[in-house]
Design a protein around this ligand. Sequence first.
Ligand code: ADP
Ligand code: MG
Length: 684
Amino acid sequence: QIEFVQALKMPGTGDKKEPEMTESQKKRMSIRECQRSLPIFPFKKDFIAAVNEYQVLIIEGETGSGKTTQIPQYLKEAGFCDDGKKVGCTQPRRVAAMSVAARVAEELGVKLGNEVGYSIRFEDCTSERTLIKYMTDGMLLREFLGEPDLSSYSVMIIDEAHERTLHTDVLFGLIKDIARFRPDLKLLISSATLDAEKFSEFFDEAPIFRIPGRRFPVDIYYTKAPEADYIDACVVTILQIHVTQPLGDVLVFLTGQEEIEACQELLEERVRRLGSKIKELNIRPIYANLPSEMQAKIFEPTPPGARKVVLATNIAETSLTIDNIIYVIDPGFCKENSYNARTGMESLIVTPISKASANQRAGRAGRVAAGKCFRLYTAWAYKNELEDCQRPEIQRVNLGNVVLLLKSLGINDLIHFDFLDPPPHETLVLALEQLYALGALNHKGELTKLGRRMAEFPVDPMMAKMLLASEKYQCSDEILSIAAMLSVNNSIFYRPKDKIIHADKARKDFFVKGGDHLTLLNVYKNWADTGYSDQWCFENYIQHRSMKRARDVREQLEGLMQRVEIEIISNPLETVNIRKTVTAGYFYHTAKLGENGQYRTVKHQQQVMIHPNSALFEDIPRWVIYHELVFTTKEYMRQVIEIESSWLLEVAPHYYKSKDLEDSRTKKMPKTVGKSKEELSRAH
Ligand code: ADP
Ligand code: MG
């Protein structure tokens, strides 16, 4: 049992004379009736009139009012697609882009991918006929490369603007510029709440179109004392609600896939133990890597007498609205990117959410009836420990990608780019420095030919460089597989709790001397040799889903290789060349074994360890390159390969000098790293 104290009531807003809809009423409602019941519906005419009158419009409306699903349809209906031009709508999250597109296709009664489509990284579900196109903000950014004036669009909607993702923030600057020389392009900035004024100011005092909210009151409860294990606390709270509260679905906010799976497992186990003593409980997870047919399940109506529990990441905070949520459980955390510009280290860490997020989350309980929100932290913690708002992403991530893209768009002066909130100066300088070291920029900070080719790839600049280097080392076929496998993020090997020993043995059987990249290649090749068999994955404790994704990614990358005219050449026995190619991209990530048996990164002399799952965990080679650093209890290098120090001089002569690679133990970090920061910033 967890004791909660009720602290306050979040009042409802707007006119709530609308009848509360029960589940079964809702089910009987046709799509048309559903559309008509949305808060935005009565304002359709006014909205279209406003779009006709103003070029830029800020739209503000509570989550679930119908902004994302309805506005593109209204625009199409009002004739904005008549000349064959598209209505585009960006989403910060892949899942949202896919799910919303699917919903709109259903509402319009068309096949997804035809009139209504979506485009996310490594997956384009659109066609010639597409008129309403949902896409991730990152994909729109890439579209600028091929269509700098977005001429195929009549309207662009930057949705979920309040999320302030890196890509959305960059889009603001670009799109504001385009709107100036394309007076026929309509621009809509849509946001859940709060920031509308700020957006309006940025877009030269654009008018704000407010959709009056309609929310029922929500009772907010806090725990009496802090909870040590919030997964367990979630499970206990879910069951407490289930046993003591009237029917109504529950939404739980967790930080990611692992937590969701852990919570689901624990909950299923307790439910099993309770057996028929409790009513039916339908547990539905939702997170970015969940296959789309499973994603759709969260929207399925709950059968009468049962209760649905949705275990979601932040995606359910504003991007997706699940109807009939009455109870929200909020442990108060989310996963956040964080970047240390001094060390160049990037990591995803679980951090406390902001007050703004906490209130958004609570609001999800009041959409269809009065609701309750259970915060798994104390009222004191809310007041004293949570920040008011989250910092925009642009201020806490590596900017390498974005800088390369902006340079490719001919934007040279990044210091004076029109940012809504500018990134920290040192982050910008570090990105320029890294791109210079990779050869993407010359000493004047201008894009090189190599840089132009790198920008073709929707991947990290280091990976782009690696892909391009495979041309020289004649192993593009192998590097494609490695890049694809690296892109599916540590979800290749399946490790069920009750079969850990077998699973680990199966994994070790794939190990290849030389390192994890070669191991991943080995897995991919073996799988391809079976004709991409499911059964083979199952027998070898490999996640079939991840492999399928790797195959898709590989196909996409292969297409891009053709675009930059790199022949696909296989050189299976040459692991030195493969490792040199990896080095050519990731030489920034070099670590060296010291006298004391500890690794230190060459660049920042940071102590790091080989991840226990690595093929090299027991080998301990002198020089290694890692794909990424993860911080758990220690700083671990994940996906590691063995290299020779001389290769560093071969692949990055302007970055490493032979004295950097000497074995003297007293030496600290390399003094000059390419150009000095001062020189570089002066060059801009
Ligand atoms: P907003 O963008 O203002 O937050 P939306 O347009 O996303 O609002 O949501 C409007 C309605 O569409 C909500 O009732 C939501 O439940 C419904 N909806 C959105 N996506 C789906 C889907 N994939 N399946 C079923 N209903 C959906
Ligand atoms: Mg929306």
